[in-house]
Ligand binder design. Structure first.
Ligand code: ADP
Ligand code: MG
Length: 474
């Protein structure tokens, strides 16, 4: 009984620290809207970068022709070909090929990597046979490149740094579009890179292609980010001529959002300290709610971290109580051993004795012989961590809507949010919580004009569509 009480104390503290009452989320939404404005005012004006994407036209369905996309962001890249046939027929053909990148190319040199990619692309094109359309017309490609770049136009951007498994020193500081373009020329491939985008902008574009009411694109997968359509004259830092459309897609990079309203626990702080991109440690302070943690918003909401947060809570319980029995903690002490799909499975366990939870605990963490009471506690921990995540994501979306005056009482326009990513797509409890929280925050009346929608494969299709919307032949 003492063991259970000690464990329950840990859970009770977690519940309290992760609480996200509506008033708190309203604060988060207001802070998000404020940071967005600050980031648009001047370069470096906010922790969220508010990157100008140079995409000033979203596809609207009228696009026609054959367009290509290249999606590079992880251990694989994908080439894609879509045949667009206008408003009535839309995407009439879609073919793609996935190619895995040999590990030695991920840390070699730039020309080898882009040479490899260009040759795969050339082969993809050659396999389609002769196409008379391209006798007097260049092929056009949208390039989704999911690494940090500094963009200066729709089709150029210098690489700031590699992330994930990549480290190719001589590519840093170079224009990745020029590198790709050069590699394609070497392959004798006459193709023009018409647009360089990231996956969030692609999600917004793929969404708006099918639904003109889409105003925000959100990624909720391994990481999290959002892009939205802004009025060009609301972007003071935008230099030069305003785009003809009067609009500009902004890539918020909201993962780095931070605010004293965010509910941050000891587990989040420890996770941040031990992460690849820790915030400045000197500024840790519980009283200030550690506003200097790096990518804290992303660490609270994205799929990369939810399982890891739950693991840290379970470890604390096992250190402070004996409810897990005489346990070898080796597994439980291994970082990232519990993944978000694992907590999703436990969270959705509908068996009366929570058999699936028991299996997961045994298989993943070597926690065997759990009582039903203990398993219920584990489900509650998953619920607390995931609800906080989904509710914060909803607050972020409301912040964007407020920034652009959407979904407010009196606004009759329909506003739709396109969401992509495995967390939203596969984690039902997460998705439902996000949706009900949106209604809760917007209010019954205003929420009637707001909807969310799963937008699959924004990073592939979206790039091809943006290439079409920015075609040199328009
Ligand atoms: P990425 O974000 O890497 O481009 P995805 O959009 O496919 O890729 O998202 C993958 C992420 O989604 C995983 O890292 C995981 O966090 C989350 N995820 C995938 N499947 C599930 C699932 N069944 N339940 C919960 N989360 C999942
Ligand atoms: Mg993705």
């Amino acid at each position: 009984a003492a063991a259970v009480a000690a464990a329950e104390q840990v859970v009770a503290a977690l519940r309290e620290e992760c609480a996200t009452p509506a008033a708190r989320l309203d604060g988060v939404a207001a802070a998000m809207a404020g940071e967005m404005a600050a980031g648009l005012a001047e370069e470096g004006g906010s922790k969220i970068k508010m990157i100008v994407s140079y995409v000033d036209n979203l596809p609207n369905g009228t696009e026609e022709g054959l367009f290509y996309a290249l999606d590079l962001g992880g251990t694989n890249f994908r080439v894609l070909r879509v045949q667009l046939a206008g408003k009535e027929k839309r995407v009439v053909k879609r073919e793609s090929r996935e190619v895995s990148i040999p590990p030695h190319l991920m840390s070699g040199n730039s020309s080898e990597l882009f040479g490899f990619i260009a040759s795969a692309l050339a082969k993809f094109v050659a396999d389609e046979g002769h196409n008379a359309v391209f006798n007097d017309r260049q092929r056009e490609l949208g390039f989704t490149f999911s690494f940090p770049v500094r963009q200066t136009s729709i089709a150029s951007g210098t690489l700031i740094k590699w992330t994930k498994a990549f480290s190719i020193d001589d590519a840093v500081g170079e224009d990745v579009v020029a590198e790709l373009q050069m590699a394609m020329e070497k392959q004798g491939l006459d193709m023009r890179v018409s647009a360089l985008i990231n996956d969030t902008v692609g999600t917004l574009a793929a969404g708006s292609y099918y639904d003109e009411d889409i105003v925000v694109g959100v990624i909720l997968g391994t990481g999290s980010n959002a892009a939205y359509l802004e009025k060009a004259n609301a972007i003071p830092k935008l230099e030069g001529e305003l785009p003809k459309s009067g609009n500009m897609v902004i890539n918020t990079e909201w993962g780095n959002f931070s605010s004293s309203c965010l509910p941050i626990t000891e587990y989040d702080e420890a996770l941040d300290k031990e992460s690849l991109n820790p915030g400045e440690q000197a500024s840790f302070s519980r009283r200030l709610h550690t506003p200097h943690m790096s990518k804290i918003f992303e660490k609270l909401i994205s799929g990369m971290y939810l399982g890891e947060i739950v693991r840290r809570v379970l470890l604390k319980i096992s250190l402070q109580s004996s409810i897990f029995g005489n346990l070898d903690q080796t597994k439980l002490k291994t970082r990232f051993i519990l993944r978000t799909p694992d907590i999703s499975v436990m969270h959705h366990d509908g068996t009366p004795d929570l058999r699936i939870v028991a299996e997961k605990l045994a298989d993943n963490l070597k926690i065997t012989d759990t009582s039903l009471e203990t398993r219920k506690m584990v489900v509650e921990i998953c619920d607390i961590v995931t609800r906080r995540s989904a509710r914060l994501a909803a607050a972020g979306i409301v912040g964007i809507l407020r920034k652009i005056g959407r979904g407010v009482p009196g606004d009759k326009r329909k506003s739709v949010i396109a969401i992509d990513g495995g967390l939203y797509e596969h984690y039902t409890e997460f998705r439902q919580c996000l949706e009900t929280t949106l209604t809760e925050l917007l209010g019954e009346e205003a929420s009637k004009s707001v909807a969310v929608k799963l937008a699959n494969d924004g990073s592939g299709l979206g790039a091809a569509l943006i290439a079409a919307a920015h075609s040199q032949y328009l």
